[in-house]
Design a protein around this ligand. Structure first.
Ligand code: FES
Length: 112
């Protein structure tokens, strides 16, 4: 567990299986946490505007409820993403909170 109150530990798993375990400040999105740590597989071409779909991740089923539901705009953008699954989210739309300390996300095959 990360120190309470400031950071959350997030595990990003590339499509290749490579794992990156990093501490992400609570004020950031899951996408921003990946960019800040130079993690491959999350391009985030639109910079978090919910319009590009290149920050697509699969939320580990154990974390799906805590990560929350997709927004309608997110749903619309995901329609253009490849291999969308029930646990697909746009990582720019997931805000890092204390409750997500330990979160695990996987990047799709199309983002490698
Ligand atoms: S960064 Fe473009 S949709 Fe998330």
């Amino acid at each position: 567990m990360a120190a309470p109150g400031s950071m959350a530990r997030i595990t990003y798993i590339e499509a290749s299986g490579a794992r990156h375990v990093v501490e992400v400040p609570l004020s950031l999105s899951v996408m921003e946490g990946a960019k800040k740590n130079n993690i491959p597989g999350i391009d985030a071409d639109c910079g978090g505007g919910c319009s590009c779909g290149t920050c697509h991740v699969y939320v580990d089923p154990a974390w799906q409820a805590r990560a929350g539901a997709r927004t309608p705009i997110e749903e619309a953008t995901l329609e253009f993403a490849e291999d969308v699954r029930p646990n697909s989210r746009l990582s720019c739309q997931i805000k890092v909170t204390d409750a997500l300390d330990g979160l695990v996300v996987r990047m799709p095959q199309s983002q490698r």
